[in-house]
Design a protein around this ligand. Sequence first.
Ligand SMILES: *[C@@H]1O[C@H](CO)[C@@H](O)[C@H](O)[C@H]1NC(C)=O
Ligand SMILES: *[C@@H]1O[C@H](CO)[C@@H](O)[C@H](O)[C@H]1NC(C)=O
Ligand SMILES: *[C@@H]1O[C@H](CO)[C@@H](O)[C@H](O)[C@H]1NC(C)=O
Ligand SMILES: *[C@@H]1O[C@H](CO)[C@@H](O)[C@H](O)[C@H]1NC(C)=O
Length: 443
Amino acid sequence: MLLIILLTFTHLCHSATINSDNHQFLKLPLLHINPLQSPSQAFHSDSARLSALLSTLHRKPNLPVTSGAYAGAGQYFVTLHLGTPPQLLLLIADTGSDLIWVTCSACREDCNRTRPPHSAFLARHSSSYFLNHCYDRECQLVPHPRPAVACNHTRLHSPCRYEYSYADGSITNGFFAKETTSFNSSSGELLQHESLAFGCGFKISGPSVSGPSFNGAQGVMGLGRGSISFVTQLGRRFGNKFSYCLKDYTIAPPPTSYLLIGTGARNSRMRYTPLQTNPLASPFYYIGIQNIYVDKVKVRVSPSIWNIDRMGNGGTIVDSGTTLTFLPDTAYRRVVAAFRRRIKFPTPAVSPPNFDLCINVSGIRRPSLPKLSFTLVGKSVFSPPVGNYIIDTAQDVKCLALQPVTSDGGFAVIGNLMQQGFLFEFDIGKSRLGFSRSGCSRA
Ligand SMILES: *[C@@H]1O[C@H](CO)[C@@H](O)[C@H](O)[C@H]1NC(C)=O
Ligand SMILES: *[C@@H]1O[C@H](CO)[C@@H](O)[C@H](O)[C@H]1NC(C)=O
Ligand SMILES: *[C@@H]1O[C@H](CO)[C@@H](O)[C@H](O)[C@H]1NC(C)=O
Ligand SMILES: *[C@@H]1O[C@H](CO)[C@@H](O)[C@H](O)[C@H]1NC(C)=O
């Protein structure tokens, strides 16, 4: 089984051809869309933002094997041109899962009446759509629906079926196919990547992949470490690296963030921490936290709470698809206690639910707040700005935007809010994560 997967993986890499050779990177704009507001609204109202954040709270990580794209709110989106002629689709950029999938429609004629433009990928309108057979090696790379249907290789119409589930139980189910995808290169040239393996989803359910929290997206671009992810499929050509800088989306008008596939500009201030491996070979990007500090005072917890155990449980992932940051329960409680000891502001009359520490900063223009920092394996220090973890939830009310991991087998998550304002470089080839406070202006 392992051998089959390895073979297929190699096969996929070889089939990854881009017409032109001398391109260093692809630059795709990342759009931040608040699910509870139309994109045309320039200002984010506090209450809408809070509800969006709260809607993620019930989707805690509990199934480390599949994915972390359980958030749905406060997401970053990326556009993808798929098919011939290209169809424009909007996908959630998710470092917590592997599969690229889009909502598909089998519509043949007069599709605009049943499907508004860009609401689904119309497979029949593309001349380069190729459906994998269940017997194809590629089909071994995706999880199949259960109960399993035996693959009859003599039958012509036995498509490769996939079913991929996310940590909150959301599911995408359909056919595993191949398509041509096109990009504008950094020099403005049109690049084509043939045989992008992706899921053509016909049955989609669950909070993180449907309904308002999906906010008009047509699918997910999995940027995880596994063999079917977007970065792995395109990676060889672009140096097995990608980076992004998530800019503060509460600024109006929101600045554009970019997803860069390949090597970006050199950044001498980049700090690195090795990517950890999970024995379960999950798609996540794990990093090792050594200690947490609140105002330079070490939070006393056993270092072992950060470890990935032999069963693949625990550890800390960096996930663009999760909004808030989740810490192991003990660490969380001690961090909250440390903040509480240092914060001298009163508690608001009404605190939003699900946050353990909120303050009323009425009348104080620039309240001084404790600084959170993390020391990581490899001796690097991650010191996010206060706005990445103490957020405005209402007029004069600020809350500590951290959450505990309570489920058994759960893992800690550095969510996208905590990542804001840093350039993150996922260097898969060298198995390390780089981060830098400078470099966002160029990213
Ligand atoms: C309907 O879809 C076709 C492509 O299938 C497109 O060329 C045409 O402009 C669409 N019409 C409307 C009214 O959107
Ligand atoms: C496979 O498909 C062929 C052609 O449809 C059919 O004759 C054969 O019985 C099938 N085999 C099995 C094991 O279902
Ligand atoms: C490339 O850029 C042109 C001009 O900005 C745009 O019209 C086109 O849709 C882009 N194509 C892709 C594949 O991004
Ligand atoms: C915050 O404190 C001010 C002044 O004490 C008070 O008027 C206001 O109602 C408080 N706001 C909340 C949400 O508690």
